[in-house]
Design a protein around this ligand. Structure first.
Ligand SMILES: *[C@@H]1O[C@H](CO)[C@@H](O)[C@H](O)[C@H]1NC(C)=O
Ligand SMILES: *[C@@H]1O[C@H](CO)[C@@H](O)[C@H](O)[C@H]1NC(C)=O
Ligand SMILES: *[C@@H]1O[C@H](CO)[C@@H](O)[C@H](O)[C@H]1NC(C)=O
Ligand SMILES: *[C@@H]1O[C@H](CO)[C@@H](O)[C@H](O)[C@H]1NC(C)=O
Ligand SMILES: *[C@@H]1O[C@H](CO)[C@@H](O)[C@H](O)[C@H]1NC(C)=O
Length: 377
């Protein structure tokens, strides 16, 4: 186009690049959005709100890097400060490969990777905040010790999530007072740091238990005592319902329980304390009960209850089909400084008395007899 006079010429020069600039910016923004949605399938509307400049830069840098190295991770937009230790141990490539393949929970490469990652029991003296307590739990330890395990010595426990390892710990009593060792599983890196500093005499791993019979790499919502992995739409909804969506998000590796047990050469569990804010059933479904001998088990049913008693009933039904009996339900008062609502299961035939899943009145804890617990069973 030729210029008719000076003014329109200036106007053209100014106007056309501006139009081009706006157009180009719109196209670029749209493509970036499409790219992020395409490469990041778990990106929900809610997590979009959290994408700050540092995450966009981190995403782009990682996208280019991944494109070149073919080591893509679903979670690369999570900033480096929120990664768990496995990245710094250079296990990323190996883990991504196993995750992409849906590697079997018995895969020797997976067992080997867990052996490199897991931390052994500490040989240093305990550094507990409250060393005079005996039972740190909301009553689960006393209950299991007295009514199920007959004060067994030198057993093996698994506690998931282990939180910070002391307050409300269902396993510390067995470790200190009965000479047991065990496995502590805690996905939240901040909780894990505190847990590590206590020098507990058990294996500990900064990971979550996989809800599949293969490993995963997941986003974790880091609400301290209610950290929860985000895998499905309903998990994100749970986070929003609990108003935890402003808490930090982390990236965590998740391993099947059986793989971790193989990594530490252990095939029996005397007491398994499972409290993972709603994923209890999915985790239990990954366990090969013929290969691993679990005697007593507590499973939190409060969060399951809040999502509808269907889940709690499903856990009970599932474990009853696997040869367990629901011994009781334990419920502790928040006023007691501890909040719990747990099913207590035991392998059928191991205890003579049939409690038949009643709400248990243990003198150790002030129970709230009229809580929603009744609706769960
Ligand atoms: C991980 O790899 C980097 C770069 O190759 C190296 O500097 C670092 O020491 C490695 N870390 C471990 C724990 O092997
Ligand atoms: C891995 O498992 C997921 C979920 O079960 C499935 O959607 C996916 O297709 C599987 N991938 C491979 C490579 O088998
Ligand atoms: C488990 O067994 C393997 C192979 O025998 C051994 O290398 C490893 O040290 C053992 N690990 C533990 C924690 O006992
Ligand atoms: C499982 O453990 C219980 C309790 O320790 C024991 O009585 C039982 O014999 C064990 N079963 C197997 C198959 O090892
Ligand atoms: C709890 O339930 C019992 C029996 O159903 C009833 O008698 C009692 O008043 C209830 N207590 C409270 C605090 O609601």
């Amino acid at each position: 186009m030729t210029c008719k006079n000076k003014t329109s010429c200036l106007f053209c020069l100014f106007w056309r690049p501006r139009k081009a600039f706006i157009g180009l910016t719109a196209v670029l923004t749209f493509s970036l959005g499409l790219l992020m949605v395409y490469t990041e399938k778990s990106f929900t509307i809610n997590s979009f709100r959290k994408v700050g400049p540092e995450n966009v830069i981190s995403f782009l840098r990682n996208f280019v890097h991944n494109f070149r190295s073919q080591q893509d991770s679903l979670l690369d937009y999570i900033p480096a400060s929120k990664w768990t230790e496995y990245r710094r141990l250079n296990l990323t490539g190996k883990l991504n490969l196993l995750v992409r393949e849906n590697a079997s929970m018995r895969d020797p490469r997976l067992i080997d990777l867990i052996r490199k990652y897991i931390q052994p029991p500490s040989d240093k003296p305990y550094a507990l905040k409250n060393p005079d307590l005996k039972d740190y739990s909301c009553g689960q330890s006393t209950y299991v010790n007295n009514l199920i395990l007959n004060s067994k010595e030198k057993g093996f426990f698994v506690e998931a999530g282990a939180w910070m390892g002391e307050h409300a710990s269902t396993s510390l009593f067995f470790e200190r007072s009965r000479g047991w060792t065990g496995l502590l599983v805690e996905p939240n890196p901040e909780n894990f740091e505190k847990l590590k500093s206590l020098n507990r005499k058990a294996f500990h791993i900064n990971a979550c238990l996989s809800t599949h019979q293969f490993p995963a790499l997941l986003k974790l919502n880091g609400a301290s005592d209610m950290s929860r992995t985000i895998e499905r739409k309903e998990d994100e909804q749970w986070v929003i319902d609990h108003k935890f969506d402003q808490k930090p998000y982390y990236e965590v590796p998740c391993f099947p329980l059986y793989s971790i047990m193989l990594a530490i050469n252990q095939t029996s569990i005397d007491y398994f304390g499972l409290d993972v804010e709603g994923n209890e059933l999915l985790i239990l479904q990954t366990i090969p009960f013929d290969d691993i001998n679990i005697t007593g088990l507590t499973a939190e049913c409060l969060e399951m209850g809040q999502r509808g008693s269907k889940d709690a009933a499903a856990v009970r039904k599932f474990l009853e089909n696997k040869g367990y009996t629901c011994h009781g339900i334990i419920a502790a008062n928040p006023g007691h400084g501890c909040f719990a609502e747990d099913f207590i299961f035991v392998k059928k035939g191991l205890v003579s008395e049939q409690y038949n899943c009643r709400l248990v009145l243990d003198p150790f804890i002030p129970f709230i007899a009229n809580r929603t617990v009744h609706n769960l069973i």
